[in-house]
Structure formats: C-alpha cells, structure tokens
Design a binder for this molecule. Structure first.
Ligand code: F6P
Length: 341
C-alpha cells in the first residue's frame, strides 16, 4: 500500500518524530511505502511528491520544524484545489492519507475524505493545544517550556528595574500557552481569550501590588485575549486566513498599564521563537505514539479518524467531532492562574 503523508498549517516541534514514526512503522511492520508531499495540502494539490524511506528519517528526533515543509492552505480556498488534490492522489496511487495538522488542516482532511473517498487519518499538532477531543497536541509542551523560560527571564530583569513586563504569547483562539506558562512562571496576571479582561481591574491590581512594596510585575497576554465589551475601545483584526492585520493586544495592554499607573512598562512579543527549535522529550514521544497509531488505524481500514491522547492512552476519535471546534482552557486552570497572583 502507498500511504500519503503531509504536515499542514503552522509548524511546531515534534512533527519530525511523527513523520519518522509513520515512515518506520509503515515500512517495518506492514511493508507499506510512504509518499510525503511537500508543504501540506498545497504540495498535495501541486503534486509535490517526495517518496520517503527509513533512510530519510534518520537522526530527525531532535530537529524542530518539519522535514516535509508546510503551508497555510486549504484545498477549498481556490476553485481547483480539491480536484487537484484528488488528481494527485490518483496519480501517485495513494490508498490512504495521513494528515498531521491543526484545526484547519484537519477539517480539510475531513473534506478531502468526503470528496475523494480516500481513507484519511489525522494527527493533531499545534503549539496552541486548541484541538478538541485530545488532551494535548504535538508541540504544545515544548512551546510551554519556551514561554515559561521567557517568563523566568523577564522576572529577573523586571525586579532589577522595578518594571511591569508584558509578555505576549501565541494563542489566537485559546489561551493554553498563556495560562500554562503563567502558572509555571508565576506571572501576576494572565489574560486569555476565554476570559475577556477589564483594564480597570488590571490597573487596580497592579497599583495594589506596588503599594504592597512589590514594585515589579509580569503580565502574560495571549495574542487572542480581548477586553470585555465596553471596557476598552480596541480591537485586533484578523484576515481571511487568520493572519494578524492590525494591532497586537500585548502592545495595547502595555500602553494602557503605563499610562494608567505610571509604572515603567516593557513589552515582549515572543512570536515564532515559541514555535521553533528542538522538541522536548514529551513531544517526541507524543509524535511517535501518534505516528504509530495512525499507521495502525490505516492498517485496520479506519477512516475519518484522528489520533488522540486521552489520559495515558492513545485512542482514535471521529474527525467529524473535531472539525471547526476550539478546545478552550477550562475554568479551573484559569482560576489557578489568577488565584496565585
Ligand atoms: O501555530 C498556531 C499559531 O501559533 C497561532 O497561535 C498564531 O496566531 C499563528 O500560528 C501564527 O502563525 P503564522 O505566522 O505561521 O501564520
């Protein structure tokens, strides 16, 4: 059997562990061959095939990014995309397809399965950890680690200068990274999309803290955090493909803090640093487990499913349950982040 493999959407650490697991398990355990396609759905539509063997996945576990390349593209975005994907699948004699992706790529996977009838298995990845039906996604742990290190580093310089440090981390739809790094790094305030913030409360809190002789503070802001309606006249604008068009919530929060409190404030936007570099062992292990489970699923003739971590186990869940949904940070984690300030 020839199994197609793509990585789609934003990259993250741990993708190569999943690619390696798919290639090795397919070849070693079942004698199947794997055909990768460069740059996700775009490469599949363009027929950018890259046959892969064990030799291609040697020594890749510590490498960040994706061996296959990736792109933000959905076959439904342009008129000819879906037909081109179907043609490529036929041309390369692909019998089943594994798509390693976030919410957008996984919903494309479900559409491709429906349109072409090919067996499709998804593997969830994103540093945002916002894919439903799975406890975690490839890349999230490593990103939390990077963001936590940033909070730790900001702490020492904040204290030396008596400053407020605002750290903006990724997380457009959900605040997993902000909340986890905020808890792990001991941030004073965490602002996440799940709980619209009130700048008056932020101001009161910081003034109170500084009166209590703590003359520095760390504020972690998820890029998708937003003010409660009517509290601050400000909006972040996103384009059709989710790209940031205007504003950065971190810069608004930093500006407001400095203007309202008079405390010297600095902004750090962590940006793509949190998506790059070598994966932590947990992401290498998760990627490996998902890769093996995806190949097993194909071997069992399963389709329209996604590998998922549920507790200690790796299970298969229906892709239809995943499509178009966002896994939000639960209330108890938000409370923990704010209760410890
Ligand atoms: O990987 C998901 C994500 O990290 C989002 O949090 C962020 O908004 C987006 O990617 C930015 O990615 P890019 O610059 O690649 O479009």
């Amino acid at each position: 059997m020839r199994i197609g493999l793509i990585t789609g959407g934003g990259d993250c650490p741990g993708l190569n562990a999943a690619i390696r697991a798919v290639v090795k398990h397919a070849e070693n355990s079942y004698g199947h061959s794997v055909v990768g396609f460069r740059h996700g759905w775009k490469g599949l539509a363009e027929g950018a095939a890259q046959p892969m063997s064990r030799n291609d996945v040697r020594n890749v576990l510590p490498l960040g990014g994706t061996l296959l390349g990736t792109a933000r593209y959905h076959p439904d975005w342009d008129g000819a995309g879906m037909a081109a994907v179907a043609a490529s699948i036929e041309e390369e004699k692909i019998s089943a397809l594994i798509c390693i992706g976030g919410d957008g790529s996984l919903s494309a996977a479900a559409r491709v399965a429906a349109e072409t009838g090919i067996n499709v298995v998804g593997i969830p990845k994103t540093i945002d950890n916002d894919v439903v039906m799975t406890d975690s996604t490839i890349g999230f742990d490593t990103a939390v680690n990077i963001a936590t290190e940033a909070v730790d580093r900001l702490h020492t310089t904040a204290e030396s200068h008596n400053r407020v440090m605002v750290l903006e981390v990724m997380g457009r739809s959900a605040g997993w990274l902000a909340v986890m790094a905020g808890i792990a790094g001991g941030a004073e305030i965490v602002l996440a999309p799940e709980a619209p913030f009130d700048m008056d409360r932020v101001e009161r809190f910081l003034k109170h803290r500084h009166r209590a002789r703590k003359s520095f503070s760390i504020v972690v802001v998820a890029e998708g955090a937003h003010p409660a309606k009517g509290t601050l006249d400000y909006e972040v604008a996103y384009g059709k493909h989710g790209e940031l068009i205007a504003g950065s919530v971190g810069s608004v929060v930093a500006r407001e803090i400095e203007q309202r409190t008079g405390f010297e404030t600095r902004l750090t936007v962590l940006g793509h640093v949190q998506r790059g570099g070598s994966p932590l062992p947990t992401d290498r292990i998760l990627g490996s487990r998902f890769g093996v489970a995806a190949v097993d699923a194909i071997q069992q003739g399963r389709s329209n499913v996604m590998t998922a971590k549920r507790g200690m186990d790796i299970e298969l869940v229906d892709l239809a349950e995943v499509e178009g949904k966002v896994k939000h940070v639960p209330e108890d984690l938000l409370r923990t982040a704010n209760a410890l300030a």
